[in-house]
Design a protein around this ligand. Structure first.
Ligand SMILES: [Zn+2]
Length: 120
């Protein structure tokens, strides 16, 4: 069976859908990957994203927070309340972005058949 294009796999990962069929939800929990797709039964055995998803999350969230920091510098906002607000905002953004990045890297590892950390 032909695998979908990388762009399609990334888009399916962004909405946390199965990289093969785009219909099933391969996740059994917030970040826990199921054994197979409930729709097409594609196996996700051995697919791990390790540090890739957290790395990409830090990259994305950092860029999302930069405009707020620039506003704080421009308008000389009080440091302690702003730092508290940014901490909360950073945690909320990270919790929202992490499962999305996990979906993308699960799809990419599936596409290149990287299982248990090794290309097969
Ligand atoms: Zn599927």
């Amino acid at each position: 069976m032909n695998k979908p294009s990388i762009i399609r796999i990334i888009l399916r990962g962004l909405i946390r859908r199965c990289p093969q069929c785009g219909i099933g939800h391969p996740f059994a929990g917030y970040l826990t990957l199921g054994e197979e797709c409930p729709h097409c039964h594609e196996s996700f055995q051995g697919i791990r994203t390790d540090d890739a998803a957290p790395w990409a999350t830090i990259f994305v969230v950092g860029h999302l927070l930069v405009p707020f920091v620039m506003l704080a510098i421009e308008y000389d906002l009080p440091t302690i309340p702003f730092t508290a607000l940014m901490s909360v905002l950073g945690i909320v953004f990270a919790l929202a972005v992490l499962p999305v990045m996990k979906g993308v890297f699960v799809g990419l590892n599936w596409r290149f058949n990287i299982r248990d950390g090794k290309a097969r």
